[in-house]
Ligand binder design. Structure first.
Ligand code: ADP
Ligand code: ZN
Ligand code: ZN
Length: 818
């Protein structure tokens, strides 16, 4: 008898492939194990077994496998089933899903680049001959490809040796840079508790003799700072303000006049964080919690619609505890890695080391570690917190999936395939595990709220903030009027400036939101109107003042800021529009003594730069945070009394059917950062359109009004949830070929469907990195058989690929285009 296995290859190929194995191997192998297999010319890949059988393939000669890489499965059947669902639903190849799902360290392929892990000491005597050869080669060459290693060792099966070297910590995969976050430890000073009694304090001050006049001076400075800043005082700040060296402060600590303390956020050992705290829910939280539990007896998915700061996290915590008691795993999906630090420190207080974190900024061995822990259902990974890719971990026993901030668009993966939506894919995964799903948001997406309103999902509302703090008061500033009446300084209305001043005088912090980074979007010639464009993309370059550069936000191209116009040589160049950098600069001029920080893509590139800004703000070292939509995501600060939205209009007029929905969500979420814990906050929205429905709905916290209106628009213009969207994106360097090809595809699609096909359209940015772009949108009525329609589309795409002159046009498919 012949023995075969079907495997997934980590390539964009639509099928699985069959390989031949021996009878013994067949007995040993199981689904979910990896094998190294030859494919194409001289290439070896890490493939995954999905089937074992005895049926010889009829179309090709099955090759033998090269090597077995595992002695037990590293992927389980829940995952394989889920991957095939993703591949079918999102119209991508199973190889794309496999490649996206497995940490790259488990997925060596011919193109992987290997280099030496320099920090580790290598005992050469302990290396096998093959291992030594590779190690030696790396002494002469900084990196090797798998093919180089095949040549060096003169054999085909090199992956096992590479795995061994990886496990020994001798080599690394190049794309990974391992960095450990050292939380910033700031030393703060306060007066020793014995001086809370005024009599003691007076005695102390009177007792300082002439020699210790400096010390007395420091104490007086301490009081000045305290009354001015109304926030914790750092040792360094006191030393600077009193103009003394740190030894004097040290002396005062030794004399027990001052006490020192530290504020720290630690993420490495979560157990230290465990506080054995008992969670006490408010009455409103307790009600919501019971409603959720109750809804799970009849529904699989529940939406928790809770206003910002209503304490949704505490409700999640209680639900997680229930699952852990039942011995179930919990997955907690977050829209943004940046939010994990805050969440981890909150959850580990209750669950200690049972919490694991998984995301793409983790190094390869951290990721493989979490993978293994989840696979073994280990104690250490009962609660997994992660961004969308943590959906792919080898869960065997899920009880609950929480999707926090479910409306966030970052749950949708855009490039590369699989272009899945983590919320929707989570609901499918939960079904396989018979687990429940909780979606949480203060501003649910229209789709989710629709599903809740037709009874597909349960709906639980939480309308009050924790501690019954009122939602922030929102004041609108009419920009047209303010400019007309000259009540503006730069981009700041006097009302906003007054409110910022007042917040400062109360020792409170401020957040300013501007949905655009850089200094100003464009540089325009006042003589001929020329605006410098990216040479590779169809967009204007953005002016970044700090580096005195023009930069492309699509491809990263940059050039020094020109001093005269490239078209007419005029020197009369002006900047138009404004971004975060300019707000930061204007603010510094208005409040020169305040510590102002900017948070956007430009200031948060490093692995932990985000955390550093957040820590600094939380510790009140930063007075104002100026930022883009990064600020809108679930951050919890307890001393922010004012939020300013610099310009609401550029969000509203984005050319996208979700622009209004998104504007509402963004403004409501940013506003929600104001006035947490015990005081009502204030929000100032500067806009040219104070009467715009969305602005009014934000002002009155009218989610239902927004929903009803948007739903109506969706219905009449054929958008989700009434229609499903499939977007095809075509790209090619040759403009005419792309134009012809996209027209051909459009016509065939049009002829073969009885629902709207739109396009081919040139998107707003119609060329990126020298490739022209056209899009075709297919709108499928919700009641249509979706699977069948996708099959038809796939057939048409296959035939498009067979037309020889169009074969070089790249087509990507986005199902549920968001
Ligand atoms: P949301 O996620 O709904 O915006 P959070 O869960 O961040 O709200 O809660 C807002 C604030 O209220 C947090 O600082 C949180 O610690 C506090 N809080 C909420 N519920 C409780 C509770 N039951 N006990 C103590 N503090 C709570
Ligand atoms: Zn560009
Ligand atoms: Zn010009």
């Amino acid at each position: 008898m012949n023995f075969f296995i079907d495997v997934i290859l980590p390539l964009s190929l639509p099928k699985t492939f069959t390989y031949r194995v021996s009878a013994d191997e067949h007995l040993f192998l199981q689904k979910g194990m990896r094998v190294a297999v030859p494919f194409g010319k001289n290439k070896i890949y890490t493939a995954l077994i999905v089937e074992l059988h005895n049926n010889e393939p009829s179309l090709y000669e099955a090759k033998f496998i090269d090597q077995i890489l595992d002695d037990r499965p590293i992927v389980n059947e829940f995952q394989i089933k889920h991957w095939f669902w993703i591949s079918t639903y999102y119209m991508c190849s199973i190889g794309d899903v496999y490649r996206g799902a497995l940490p790259s360290a488990l997925l060596l392929e011919s193109e992987t680049i290997i280099s030496q892990q320099k920090e580790n000491f290598v005992n050469e005597a302990e290396l096998s001959d093959d291992e030594f050869l590779i190690f030696e080669a790396l002494q002469h060459q900084s990196s090797l490809k798998i093919q180089n290693i095949v040549d060096i060792l003169n054999k085909k099966t090199v992956l096992p040796v590479i795995h061994k070297l990886l496990n020994k910590g001798i080599i690394t995969l190049q794309e990974e840079i391992h960095e450990v976050y050292k939380p910033k430890l700031t030393r703060y000073i306060k007066l020793h508790s014995q001086y809370n009694e005024e009599a003691n304090l007076i005695a102390l001050l009177n007792n300082f003799n002439k020699k210790a006049a400096k010390q007395k001076d420091v104490i007086l400075h301490y009081f000045q700072l305290q009354s001015r800043e109304k926030k914790p005082i750092a040792a360094k700040q006191l030393a600077e303000s009193a103009n003394v060296s740190s030894t004097i402060i040290k002396a005062l600590i030794e004399k027990q006049v001052f006490e020192e303390y530290y504020i720290q956020v630690d993420r490495i050992n979560f157990d230290q964080n465990k506080k054995d705290k008992k969670l006490v829910l408010s009455a409103a939280q307790q009600n919501a919690y019971l409603e959720i539990v109750n809804s799970f007896t009849s529904k699989e998915v529940c939406l928790l619609h809770g206003v910002t700061s209503s304490g949704k996290t505490e409700i999640y915590t209680q639900l997680i505890e229930n699952e852990l008691e039942k011995g179930k795993q919990v997955l907690y999906l977050l829209p943004e890695i940046a939010l994990t630090t805050q969440l981890v420190s909150r959850l580990t207080q209750y669950f200690g080391n049972k919490v694991a974190v998984f995301h793409s900024k983790y190094s390869y061995n951290e990721r493989v570690e979490v993978w293994q822990q989840v696979l073994q259902n280990s104690e250490k990974a009962q609660v997994v917190i992660g961004a969308r890719s943590s959906l792919f971990l080898p869960y065997s026993n899920l009880g609950l999936i929480i999707v926090d901030e479910e409306h966030e668009q970052t749950f949708k993966q855009h490039d590369p395939a699989p272009r899945y939506h983590a919320r929707d894919a989570a609901i499918v995964l939960a079904q396989y595990h018979m687990a429940k799903v909780l979606l949480g948001s203060a501003t649910p997406s229209i789709e989710t709220y629709f599903n809740a309103s037709i009874g597909k999902f349960a709906l639980v509302s939480l309308k009050e903030r924790y501690g019954n703090v009122a939602l922030p008061e929102i004041e609108l500033v009419d920009l047209k009027e303010s400019y007309f009446k000259k009540k503006m300084k730069g981009h700041f209305s006097t009302i906003l400036i007054d409110n910022i001043t007042e917040a400062f005088s109360n020792g409170e912090q401020v957040i300013l939101f501007q949905n655009r980074r850089g200094f100003s979007p464009v540089l325009e010639c006042m003589t001929c109107g020329h605006v410098p464009q990216c040479p590779q993309c169809d967009v204007s370059l953005t002016y970044h003042k700090y580096k005195n550069q023009l930069r492309c936000h699509y491809c990263g191209y940059s050039m020094a800021k020109p001093s005269n116009c490239h078209a007419c040589s005029s020197v009369d160049l002006e900047t138009k529009g404004f971004g975060t950098e300019q707000i930061e600069l204007e603010l510094t001029a208005l409040f020169p003594n305040k510590n102002i920080k900017r948070m956007d893509q430009d200031t948060t590139r490093g692995k932990y730069s985000f955390e550093k800004i957040i820590d600094g703000f939380k510790n009140r070292e930063i007075d104002v945070l100026v930022g883009t939509q990064m600020l809108a995501k679930g951050l919890d600060f307890d001393n922010v009394s004012l939020v300013g939205i610099m310009n609401a209009d550029n969000m509203l007029y984005h050319p996208d059917f979700r622009a209004f929905e998104r504007s509402y969500q963004m403004m409501t979420q940013v506003s929600g950062r104001a006035g947490r814990s015990d005081k009502r906050g204030k929000v100032i929205i500067q806009t040219y359109n104070p009467l715009h429905n969305i602005i009014q709905q934000v002002t009155h916290n009218d989610y239902e009004g927004m929903y009803t209106e948007q739903l109506y628009e969706r219905k009449i213009y054929f958008y989700p949830p009434f229609f499903r969207l499939i977007k095809l994106t075509l790209k090619h360097r040759d403009f005419d070929k792309l134009k012809e090809g996209s027209l051909w595809l459009y016509q065939v699609l049009q002829q073969n469907s009885n629902h709207p096909v739109l396009g081919p359209e040139e998107p707003v940015v119609s060329r990126i990195r020298n490739e022209y772009i056209r899009t075709i949108m297919i709108k499928i009525p919700a009641e249509t058989n979706l699977a069948q329609t996708k099959k038809t589309i796939q057939k048409i795409l296959n035939s498009f690929d067979l037309v020889s002159q169009y074969r070089s046009i790249k087509v990507s498919v986005t199902v549920d285009y968001y």
